[in-house]
Design a protein around this ligand. Sequence first.
Ligand code: BES
Ligand code: MN
Ligand code: ZN
Length: 503
Amino acid sequence: MDFSIKACDWNKGPANGFSTAKSDCIVIGVFESQPLSGAAREIDKATQGLLSRIIKAGDMDGKNGSTLLLHEVAGIGAARVLLVGLGKQAAFTQKAYGDAVRAAWRALLTTKIAQVAFTLAQLPVQERSADWCVRAAIIALRDLSYKFTQMKSLADHGARALKRVVFSVDLADEKRARIGAKHGAALGNGMDLTRDLGNLPGNVCTPTYLANTAKKLAKDWGLKVEVLGQKRLEALKMGSFLSVTRGSVEPPQFIVLQYQGAAAKAAPVVLVGKGITFDSGGISLKPGEGMDEMKYDMCGAGSVLGTLRAVAEMGLKLNVVGIIPTCENMPAGNATKPGDIVTSMAGLTIEVLNTDAEGRLILCDALTYATRFKPAAVIDIATLTGACIIALGHHNSGLFSKDDALAGELLDASKEACDPAWRLPLDDEYQEQLKSNFADLANIGGRPAGSVTAACFLSRFTEAYPWAHLDIAGTAWKSGAAKGATGRPVPLLAQFLIDRAGQ
Ligand code: BES
Ligand code: MN
Ligand code: ZN
Protein backbone atom coordinates (compact mmCIF):
# COMPACT_ATOMS: atom_id res chain seq x y z
CA MET A 1 0.00 0.00 0.00
CA ASP A 2 1.22 3.43 -0.91
CA PHE A 3 0.49 6.51 1.20
CA SER A 4 1.16 10.10 0.25
CA ILE A 5 0.37 13.61 1.44
CA LYS A 6 -1.05 16.52 -0.52
CA ALA A 7 -1.42 19.94 1.04
CA CYS A 8 -4.55 21.84 0.13
CA ASP A 9 -6.67 24.76 1.25
CA TRP A 10 -10.41 24.11 0.85
CA ASN A 11 -11.14 27.79 1.27
CA LYS A 12 -9.50 28.38 -2.08
CA GLY A 13 -11.92 26.79 -4.55
CA PRO A 14 -10.81 23.42 -5.91
CA ALA A 15 -8.13 23.06 -3.25
CA ASN A 16 -4.92 22.94 -5.27
CA GLY A 17 -6.45 20.40 -7.58
CA PHE A 18 -7.34 17.95 -4.81
CA SER A 19 -11.01 17.87 -5.72
CA THR A 20 -10.32 17.56 -9.45
CA ALA A 21 -7.51 14.96 -9.17
CA LYS A 22 -8.44 11.56 -10.61
CA SER A 23 -9.18 8.84 -8.08
CA ASP A 24 -11.57 5.95 -7.57
CA CYS A 25 -13.11 7.58 -4.54
CA ILE A 26 -12.88 10.66 -2.36
CA VAL A 27 -13.67 10.21 1.35
CA ILE A 28 -15.59 13.10 2.91
CA GLY A 29 -16.61 13.59 6.54
CA VAL A 30 -20.01 14.94 7.57
CA PHE A 31 -20.62 16.29 11.08
CA GLU A 32 -24.00 15.71 12.68
CA SER A 33 -26.51 18.62 12.69
CA GLN A 34 -24.09 21.15 11.32
CA PRO A 35 -23.63 23.00 8.01
CA LEU A 36 -21.09 21.45 5.65
CA SER A 37 -17.56 22.81 6.00
CA GLY A 38 -14.09 22.33 4.53
CA ALA A 39 -13.80 19.51 2.00
CA ALA A 40 -17.50 18.60 2.34
CA ARG A 41 -18.61 22.13 1.45
CA GLU A 42 -16.34 22.29 -1.59
CA ILE A 43 -17.37 18.88 -2.91
CA ASP A 44 -21.00 19.90 -2.37
CA LYS A 45 -20.41 23.03 -4.46
CA ALA A 46 -18.56 21.14 -7.18
CA THR A 47 -21.40 18.60 -7.43
CA GLN A 48 -24.18 21.23 -7.61
CA GLY A 49 -25.42 20.56 -4.06
CA LEU A 50 -25.52 16.75 -4.25
CA LEU A 51 -24.35 16.31 -0.64
CA SER A 52 -26.84 18.87 0.69
CA ARG A 53 -29.69 17.07 -1.09
CA ILE A 54 -28.62 13.69 0.32
CA ILE A 55 -28.44 15.10 3.83
CA LYS A 56 -31.78 16.83 3.44
CA ALA A 57 -33.35 13.59 2.21
CA GLY A 58 -32.14 11.96 5.45
CA ASP A 59 -29.82 9.42 3.82
CA MET A 60 -26.76 10.68 5.71
CA ASP A 61 -27.37 12.12 9.16
CA GLY A 62 -23.72 12.44 10.19
CA LYS A 63 -24.01 9.87 13.01
CA ASN A 64 -20.53 8.65 13.85
CA GLY A 65 -19.61 5.49 11.98
CA SER A 66 -22.35 5.72 9.33
CA THR A 67 -21.23 5.62 5.69
CA LEU A 68 -22.81 6.17 2.30
CA LEU A 69 -21.09 5.40 -1.00
CA LEU A 70 -22.15 7.52 -3.99
CA HIS A 71 -21.40 6.33 -7.52
CA GLU A 72 -20.82 8.15 -10.78
CA VAL A 73 -20.53 11.57 -9.20
CA ALA A 74 -20.06 14.31 -11.80
CA GLY A 75 -18.13 17.53 -11.36
CA ILE A 76 -15.13 16.21 -9.42
CA GLY A 77 -12.05 14.11 -10.23
CA ALA A 78 -13.14 11.13 -8.14
CA ALA A 79 -15.45 8.51 -9.62
CA ARG A 80 -17.19 7.97 -6.27
CA VAL A 81 -17.72 9.79 -3.00
CA LEU A 82 -17.75 8.01 0.35
CA LEU A 83 -19.61 10.05 2.94
CA VAL A 84 -18.63 9.26 6.50
CA GLY A 85 -20.60 10.35 9.57
CA LEU A 86 -18.38 11.99 12.20
CA GLY A 87 -20.89 12.61 15.01
CA LYS A 88 -21.16 15.95 16.78
CA GLN A 89 -18.19 18.25 16.22
CA ALA A 90 -18.06 19.10 19.95
CA ALA A 91 -17.49 15.38 20.63
CA PHE A 92 -14.91 14.81 17.90
CA THR A 93 -12.24 13.25 20.09
CA GLN A 94 -9.48 10.86 19.01
CA LYS A 95 -11.88 8.00 19.70
CA ALA A 96 -14.64 9.48 17.52
CA TYR A 97 -12.06 10.10 14.78
CA GLY A 98 -10.81 6.51 15.04
CA ASP A 99 -14.36 5.13 14.86
CA ALA A 100 -15.16 7.23 11.78
CA VAL A 101 -11.89 6.30 10.06
CA ARG A 102 -12.43 2.61 10.70
CA ALA A 103 -15.96 2.82 9.33
CA ALA A 104 -14.56 4.46 6.19
CA TRP A 105 -11.88 1.80 5.66
CA ARG A 106 -14.37 -1.00 6.30
CA ALA A 107 -16.69 0.41 3.67
CA LEU A 108 -13.83 0.79 1.17
CA LEU A 109 -12.35 -2.65 1.81
CA THR A 110 -15.59 -4.35 0.74
CA THR A 111 -15.30 -2.73 -2.70
CA LYS A 112 -12.86 -2.91 -5.60
CA ILE A 113 -11.74 0.69 -5.01
CA ALA A 114 -7.96 0.90 -5.43
CA GLN A 115 -7.13 4.62 -5.25
CA VAL A 116 -8.52 6.87 -2.56
CA ALA A 117 -8.36 10.59 -1.83
CA PHE A 118 -8.83 10.85 1.93
CA THR A 119 -9.82 14.12 3.61
CA LEU A 120 -10.67 12.99 7.17
CA ALA A 121 -7.13 13.54 8.50
CA GLN A 122 -7.67 17.25 7.86
CA LEU A 123 -10.58 17.45 10.32
CA PRO A 124 -10.28 19.20 13.69
CA VAL A 125 -9.72 16.33 16.14
CA GLN A 126 -9.60 17.48 19.76
CA GLU A 127 -6.04 17.69 21.08
CA ARG A 128 -4.58 15.89 18.06
CA SER A 129 -2.54 17.23 15.16
CA ALA A 130 -2.75 16.39 11.46
CA ASP A 131 0.31 14.11 11.55
CA TRP A 132 -1.31 12.13 14.37
CA CYS A 133 -4.48 11.87 12.25
CA VAL A 134 -2.56 10.60 9.21
CA ARG A 135 -0.64 8.06 11.24
CA ALA A 136 -3.72 6.81 13.09
CA ALA A 137 -5.59 6.42 9.78
CA ILE A 138 -2.75 4.41 8.24
CA ILE A 139 -2.45 2.13 11.25
CA ALA A 140 -6.22 1.57 11.27
CA LEU A 141 -6.18 0.64 7.58
CA ARG A 142 -3.21 -1.68 7.95
CA ASP A 143 -4.90 -3.29 10.95
CA LEU A 144 -8.19 -3.87 9.12
CA SER A 145 -6.58 -5.13 5.91
CA TYR A 146 -4.22 -7.60 7.61
CA LYS A 147 -4.69 -11.23 6.61
CA PHE A 148 -2.72 -14.29 7.67
CA THR A 149 -2.62 -16.67 4.71
CA GLN A 150 0.89 -18.16 5.00
CA MET A 151 -0.33 -21.55 6.12
CA LYS A 152 -3.19 -21.93 3.62
CA SER A 153 -2.52 -24.01 0.55
CA LEU A 154 -5.73 -23.06 -1.23
CA ALA A 155 -5.55 -19.80 -3.18
CA ASP A 156 -6.93 -16.72 -1.44
CA HIS A 157 -9.35 -14.99 -3.79
CA GLY A 158 -10.15 -12.18 -1.40
CA ALA A 159 -7.06 -10.09 -2.16
CA ARG A 160 -7.42 -6.46 -1.08
CA ALA A 161 -8.05 -3.99 -3.90
CA LEU A 162 -7.03 -0.85 -2.00
CA LYS A 163 -3.53 0.17 -3.11
CA ARG A 164 -3.05 3.91 -2.84
CA VAL A 165 -4.21 6.60 -0.45
CA VAL A 166 -3.56 10.34 -0.81
CA PHE A 167 -4.23 12.33 2.38
CA SER A 168 -5.21 15.98 2.21
CA VAL A 169 -3.79 18.20 4.97
CA ASP A 170 -3.55 21.94 5.60
CA LEU A 171 -0.51 23.66 4.09
CA ALA A 172 1.05 24.31 7.49
CA ASP A 173 0.83 20.60 8.40
CA GLU A 174 2.40 19.17 5.26
CA LYS A 175 5.89 18.49 6.60
CA ARG A 176 4.78 16.86 9.85
CA ALA A 177 2.10 14.88 8.02
CA ARG A 178 4.78 13.33 5.78
CA ILE A 179 6.56 12.15 8.92
CA GLY A 180 3.24 10.87 10.25
CA ALA A 181 2.72 8.86 7.06
CA LYS A 182 6.24 7.44 7.23
CA HIS A 183 5.78 6.48 10.88
CA GLY A 184 2.37 4.98 10.16
CA ALA A 185 3.71 2.75 7.41
CA ALA A 186 6.68 1.69 9.57
CA LEU A 187 4.35 0.84 12.44
CA GLY A 188 2.09 -1.08 10.11
CA ASN A 189 5.06 -3.15 8.93
CA GLY A 190 6.23 -3.75 12.50
CA MET A 191 2.76 -4.82 13.63
CA ASP A 192 2.36 -7.15 10.65
CA LEU A 193 5.61 -8.88 11.62
CA THR A 194 4.45 -9.22 15.23
CA ARG A 195 1.10 -10.62 14.11
CA ASP A 196 2.62 -13.07 11.63
CA LEU A 197 5.00 -14.43 14.27
CA GLY A 198 2.14 -14.79 16.74
CA ASN A 199 -0.20 -16.49 14.28
CA LEU A 200 2.37 -18.99 13.04
CA PRO A 201 1.90 -22.39 14.70
CA GLY A 202 4.30 -23.63 17.36
CA ASN A 203 5.74 -26.26 15.02
CA VAL A 204 6.86 -23.53 12.62
CA CYS A 205 7.57 -20.59 14.93
CA THR A 206 10.12 -22.35 17.14
CA PRO A 207 12.90 -20.65 19.14
CA THR A 208 15.19 -21.25 16.16
CA TYR A 209 12.64 -19.63 13.82
CA LEU A 210 12.54 -16.54 16.05
CA ALA A 211 16.35 -16.44 16.05
CA ASN A 212 16.41 -16.65 12.25
CA THR A 213 13.79 -13.90 12.03
CA ALA A 214 16.01 -11.70 14.23
CA LYS A 215 19.02 -12.46 12.01
CA LYS A 216 17.08 -11.51 8.92
CA LEU A 217 15.87 -8.28 10.55
CA ALA A 218 19.46 -7.47 11.44
CA LYS A 219 20.57 -8.05 7.86
CA ASP A 220 17.75 -6.05 6.30
CA TRP A 221 17.96 -3.11 8.69
CA GLY A 222 21.60 -2.95 9.67
CA LEU A 223 21.14 -4.10 13.27
CA LYS A 224 23.64 -5.97 15.37
CA VAL A 225 22.50 -9.46 16.33
CA GLU A 226 23.81 -12.15 18.61
CA VAL A 227 22.14 -15.48 19.35
CA LEU A 228 23.32 -17.47 22.36
CA GLY A 229 22.65 -21.22 22.44
CA GLN A 230 22.50 -23.81 25.22
CA LYS A 231 26.28 -23.90 25.89
CA ARG A 232 26.66 -20.12 26.21
CA LEU A 233 23.59 -19.98 28.46
CA GLU A 234 25.11 -22.63 30.70
CA ALA A 235 28.34 -20.63 30.85
CA LEU A 236 26.33 -17.55 31.83
CA LYS A 237 24.67 -19.64 34.59
CA MET A 238 21.13 -18.93 33.40
CA GLY A 239 19.83 -21.80 35.51
CA SER A 240 16.32 -20.37 35.72
CA PHE A 241 15.86 -19.97 31.94
CA LEU A 242 17.42 -23.36 31.30
CA SER A 243 15.09 -25.07 33.78
CA VAL A 244 12.13 -24.19 31.53
CA THR A 245 13.60 -25.59 28.30
CA ARG A 246 14.68 -28.93 29.85
CA GLY A 247 11.65 -30.93 28.72
CA SER A 248 11.74 -29.69 25.13
CA VAL A 249 13.60 -31.14 22.15
CA GLU A 250 13.74 -27.70 20.50
CA PRO A 251 16.99 -25.95 21.43
CA PRO A 252 16.60 -22.71 23.44
CA GLN A 253 17.84 -19.45 21.96
CA PHE A 254 18.75 -16.17 23.58
CA ILE A 255 18.47 -13.34 21.06
CA VAL A 256 20.17 -9.97 21.48
CA LEU A 257 19.37 -7.34 18.80
CA GLN A 258 20.89 -3.88 18.89
CA TYR A 259 19.70 -0.81 17.01
CA GLN A 260 22.03 2.16 17.13
CA GLY A 261 20.38 5.45 16.20
CA ALA A 262 22.37 7.68 18.59
CA ALA A 263 25.95 7.98 19.81
CA ALA A 264 27.43 4.61 20.81
CA LYS A 265 27.79 5.70 24.42
CA ALA A 266 24.17 6.90 24.77
CA ALA A 267 22.34 4.61 27.24
CA PRO A 268 19.86 2.39 25.38
CA VAL A 269 16.26 1.52 26.08
CA VAL A 270 16.17 -2.26 26.50
CA LEU A 271 13.07 -4.23 25.50
CA VAL A 272 12.83 -7.76 26.89
CA GLY A 273 10.22 -10.06 25.33
CA LYS A 274 8.89 -13.38 26.64
CA GLY A 275 9.45 -15.93 23.88
CA ILE A 276 7.72 -19.16 24.93
CA THR A 277 6.90 -20.56 21.49
CA PHE A 278 4.52 -23.06 23.10
CA ASP A 279 3.40 -23.17 26.71
CA SER A 280 1.96 -26.57 27.57
CA GLY A 281 2.42 -25.78 31.26
CA GLY A 282 5.17 -28.41 31.51
CA ILE A 283 4.69 -31.03 34.26
CA SER A 284 2.01 -28.69 35.70
CA LEU A 285 0.23 -29.43 32.42
CA LYS A 286 -2.52 -27.04 31.30
CA PRO A 287 -6.06 -28.31 30.62
CA GLY A 288 -6.66 -29.18 26.95
CA GLU A 289 -9.31 -26.60 26.14
CA GLY A 290 -7.86 -23.67 24.22
CA MET A 291 -4.33 -24.95 24.69
CA ASP A 292 -3.60 -24.20 21.01
CA GLU A 293 -3.63 -20.53 21.97
CA MET A 294 -0.45 -21.05 23.94
CA LYS A 295 1.37 -20.73 20.61
CA TYR A 296 0.80 -17.02 21.31
CA ASP A 297 3.00 -17.18 24.41
CA MET A 298 5.83 -15.65 22.37
CA CYS A 299 3.88 -12.47 21.58
CA GLY A 300 6.12 -10.44 23.90
CA ALA A 301 9.09 -11.57 21.82
CA GLY A 302 7.15 -10.86 18.63
CA SER A 303 6.38 -7.34 19.83
CA VAL A 304 10.07 -6.69 20.49
CA LEU A 305 10.96 -7.77 16.94
CA GLY A 306 8.09 -5.77 15.44
CA THR A 307 9.00 -2.68 17.45
CA LEU A 308 12.66 -2.90 16.44
CA ARG A 309 11.64 -3.22 12.80
CA ALA A 310 9.46 -0.11 13.12
CA VAL A 311 12.17 1.82 14.99
CA ALA A 312 14.73 1.00 12.30
CA GLU A 313 12.37 1.97 9.47
CA MET A 314 11.51 5.25 11.23
CA GLY A 315 15.22 5.86 11.78
CA LEU A 316 14.70 7.00 15.38
CA LYS A 317 17.63 8.81 16.94
CA LEU A 318 18.13 6.65 20.01
CA ASN A 319 19.65 3.31 20.92
CA VAL A 320 17.42 0.31 21.48
CA VAL A 321 18.36 -3.21 22.54
CA GLY A 322 15.97 -6.14 22.16
CA ILE A 323 16.51 -9.19 24.35
CA ILE A 324 14.50 -12.35 23.75
CA PRO A 325 14.83 -15.49 25.83
CA THR A 326 12.99 -18.13 23.81
CA CYS A 327 12.18 -21.81 24.35
CA GLU A 328 9.27 -24.22 24.68
CA ASN A 329 7.65 -25.25 27.97
CA MET A 330 7.03 -28.99 27.65
CA PRO A 331 6.55 -32.00 29.92
CA ALA A 332 9.08 -34.86 29.66
CA GLY A 333 10.92 -37.39 31.79
CA ASN A 334 13.71 -34.90 32.31
CA ALA A 335 11.49 -31.82 32.64
CA THR A 336 11.65 -29.58 35.70
CA LYS A 337 9.22 -30.80 38.39
CA PRO A 338 7.19 -28.90 40.99
CA GLY A 339 9.40 -28.52 44.04
CA ASP A 340 12.65 -28.40 42.07
CA ILE A 341 14.98 -25.57 43.07
CA VAL A 342 16.96 -23.74 40.40
CA THR A 343 19.61 -21.02 40.58
CA SER A 344 19.11 -17.88 38.52
CA MET A 345 21.91 -15.97 36.77
CA ALA A 346 21.62 -13.34 39.54
CA GLY A 347 22.40 -16.07 42.09
CA LEU A 348 18.95 -16.09 43.71
CA THR A 349 17.56 -19.60 44.19
CA ILE A 350 13.99 -20.25 43.06
CA GLU A 351 11.61 -22.99 44.17
CA VAL A 352 9.56 -23.95 41.11
CA LEU A 353 6.21 -24.69 42.75
CA ASN A 354 4.37 -24.63 39.43
CA THR A 355 6.13 -25.28 36.12
CA ASP A 356 3.36 -23.33 34.35
CA ALA A 357 4.66 -20.09 35.88
CA GLU A 358 7.55 -20.30 33.41
CA GLY A 359 7.50 -16.83 31.87
CA ARG A 360 9.02 -15.20 34.95
CA LEU A 361 11.67 -17.94 35.03
CA ILE A 362 12.99 -17.11 31.58
CA LEU A 363 12.53 -13.35 31.99
CA CYS A 364 14.44 -13.06 35.28
CA ASP A 365 17.68 -14.23 33.66
CA ALA A 366 17.13 -11.95 30.66
CA LEU A 367 16.54 -9.02 33.04
CA THR A 368 19.81 -9.82 34.80
CA TYR A 369 21.58 -10.00 31.43
CA ALA A 370 20.13 -6.56 30.52
CA THR A 371 22.22 -4.93 33.27
CA ARG A 372 25.34 -5.11 31.08
CA PHE A 373 23.88 -2.52 28.69
CA LYS A 374 23.67 0.11 31.50
CA PRO A 375 20.13 0.84 30.26
CA ALA A 376 18.33 4.18 30.45
CA ALA A 377 15.22 2.03 31.00
CA VAL A 378 14.18 -1.61 30.67
CA ILE A 379 10.67 -2.63 29.63
CA ASP A 380 9.68 -6.26 29.55
CA ILE A 381 6.69 -7.42 27.56
CA ALA A 382 5.07 -10.74 28.37
CA THR A 383 1.90 -12.82 28.07
CA LEU A 384 2.60 -13.48 31.70
CA THR A 385 -0.59 -14.24 33.64
CA GLY A 386 -4.13 -15.43 33.04
CA ALA A 387 -4.92 -13.33 36.12
CA CYS A 388 -4.24 -10.18 34.10
CA ILE A 389 -7.15 -11.11 31.81
CA ILE A 390 -9.36 -11.54 34.87
CA ALA A 391 -8.29 -8.12 36.16
CA LEU A 392 -8.36 -6.06 32.96
CA GLY A 393 -10.05 -8.10 30.24
CA HIS A 394 -8.94 -7.60 26.67
CA HIS A 395 -8.75 -3.80 26.40
CA ASN A 396 -5.92 -2.69 28.66
CA SER A 397 -2.49 -4.21 28.97
CA GLY A 398 -1.29 -4.38 32.58
CA LEU A 399 1.47 -1.90 33.41
CA PHE A 400 3.69 -2.32 36.46
CA SER A 401 6.50 -0.04 37.55
CA LYS A 402 7.89 1.45 40.71
CA ASP A 403 9.16 4.37 38.65
CA ASP A 404 6.36 6.95 38.42
CA ALA A 405 8.07 8.93 35.68
CA LEU A 406 8.59 5.86 33.48
CA ALA A 407 5.03 4.63 34.15
CA GLY A 408 3.74 8.09 33.24
CA GLU A 409 5.66 8.12 29.98
CA LEU A 410 4.30 4.70 29.04
CA LEU A 411 0.72 5.67 29.92
CA ASP A 412 1.00 8.85 27.84
CA ALA A 413 2.37 6.84 24.92
CA SER A 414 -0.40 4.27 25.28
CA LYS A 415 -3.05 7.02 25.04
CA GLU A 416 -1.44 8.68 22.08
CA ALA A 417 -1.05 5.36 20.28
CA CYS A 418 -4.63 4.19 21.06
CA ASP A 419 -3.04 1.11 22.63
CA PRO A 420 -4.37 1.36 26.18
CA ALA A 421 -2.60 0.21 29.33
CA TRP A 422 -3.65 0.40 32.96
CA ARG A 423 -1.25 0.68 35.87
CA LEU A 424 -1.53 -1.96 38.59
CA PRO A 425 0.22 -1.90 41.97
CA LEU A 426 3.63 -3.28 42.82
CA ASP A 427 3.81 -2.62 46.57
CA ASP A 428 6.40 -4.48 48.62
CA GLU A 429 3.61 -5.99 50.75
CA TYR A 430 2.87 -8.44 47.93
CA GLN A 431 6.42 -9.82 48.04
CA GLU A 432 5.37 -11.80 51.15
CA GLN A 433 3.40 -14.15 48.91
CA LEU A 434 6.61 -15.27 47.14
CA LYS A 435 8.29 -16.59 50.30
CA SER A 436 9.66 -20.12 50.06
CA ASN A 437 10.58 -22.44 52.93
CA PHE A 438 13.45 -23.89 50.94
CA ALA A 439 14.78 -21.33 48.45
CA ASP A 440 15.25 -17.53 48.23
CA LEU A 441 11.86 -17.19 46.60
CA ALA A 442 9.04 -19.24 45.06
CA ASN A 443 7.89 -18.83 41.48
CA ILE A 444 4.20 -18.47 42.40
CA GLY A 445 2.38 -16.39 45.01
CA GLY A 446 -1.02 -18.08 45.20
CA ARG A 447 -4.30 -16.96 43.64
CA PRO A 448 -4.71 -13.45 45.10
CA ALA A 449 -3.32 -10.74 42.79
CA GLY A 450 -1.61 -13.26 40.51
CA SER A 451 -0.45 -10.61 38.05
CA VAL A 452 0.97 -8.45 40.82
CA THR A 453 2.98 -11.27 42.40
CA ALA A 454 4.32 -12.23 38.95
CA ALA A 455 5.50 -8.63 38.51
CA CYS A 456 6.89 -8.66 42.06
CA PHE A 457 8.93 -11.73 41.15
CA LEU A 458 10.44 -9.89 38.16
CA SER A 459 11.10 -6.78 40.24
CA ARG A 460 13.60 -8.77 42.32
CA PHE A 461 15.89 -8.89 39.30
CA THR A 462 15.57 -5.27 38.15
CA GLU A 463 17.19 -3.19 40.85
CA ALA A 464 19.99 -1.86 38.62
CA TYR A 465 17.86 0.33 36.30
CA PRO A 466 14.47 2.03 35.81
CA TRP A 467 12.10 -0.79 34.89
CA ALA A 468 8.53 -1.37 33.75
CA HIS A 469 6.63 -4.54 32.97
CA LEU A 470 3.77 -4.93 30.49
CA ASP A 471 1.48 -7.95 30.94
CA ILE A 472 -0.12 -8.44 27.53
CA ALA A 473 -1.92 -11.74 28.27
CA GLY A 474 -5.29 -10.14 27.46
CA THR A 475 -4.27 -7.88 24.59
CA ALA A 476 -1.74 -9.71 22.38
CA TRP A 477 -4.31 -11.84 20.62
CA LYS A 478 -8.02 -12.39 20.18
CA SER A 479 -9.86 -15.67 20.73
CA GLY A 480 -13.06 -16.97 19.18
CA ALA A 481 -14.19 -16.38 15.60
CA ALA A 482 -11.70 -13.51 15.17
CA LYS A 483 -8.83 -15.57 16.61
CA GLY A 484 -5.55 -13.92 15.73
CA ALA A 485 -2.67 -11.80 16.96
CA THR A 486 -3.37 -8.06 17.40
CA GLY A 487 0.14 -6.65 17.01
CA ARG A 488 -0.18 -4.98 20.40
CA PRO A 489 1.68 -3.42 22.19
CA VAL A 490 3.88 -2.39 19.23
CA PRO A 491 2.05 0.97 18.89
CA LEU A 492 2.57 1.74 22.59
CA LEU A 493 6.26 0.77 22.55
CA ALA A 494 6.98 2.59 19.30
CA GLN A 495 5.25 5.74 20.56
CA PHE A 496 7.26 5.59 23.79
CA LEU A 497 10.46 5.39 21.73
CA ILE A 498 9.35 8.14 19.32
CA ASP A 499 8.75 10.37 22.35
CA ARG A 500 12.10 9.43 23.92
CA ALA A 501 13.87 10.20 20.64
CA GLY A 502 12.01 13.52 20.49
CA GLN A 503 10.84 12.81 16.96
N1 BES B 1 1.38 -18.01 29.39
C1 BES B 1 0.68 -18.15 30.59
C2 BES B 1 -0.25 -16.98 30.89
C3 BES B 1 -1.49 -16.92 30.04
C4 BES B 1 -2.52 -17.81 30.23
C5 BES B 1 -1.61 -15.94 29.11
C6 BES B 1 -3.66 -17.71 29.46
C7 BES B 1 -2.75 -15.83 28.34
C8 BES B 1 -3.78 -16.72 28.51
C9 BES B 1 1.63 -18.27 31.77
O1 BES B 1 2.83 -18.91 31.51
C10 BES B 1 0.94 -19.08 32.81
O2 BES B 1 0.69 -20.23 32.57
N2 BES B 1 0.64 -18.47 33.94
C11 BES B 1 -0.04 -19.11 34.99
C12 BES B 1 0.60 -18.71 36.27
C13 BES B 1 0.16 -19.52 37.46
C14 BES B 1 0.64 -20.93 37.35
C15 BES B 1 0.72 -18.88 38.71
C16 BES B 1 -1.49 -18.67 34.93
O3 BES B 1 -1.76 -17.52 34.62
O4 BES B 1 -2.36 -19.51 35.16
MN1 MN C 1 2.64 -21.03 31.71
ZN1 ZN D 1 3.46 -18.83 29.55
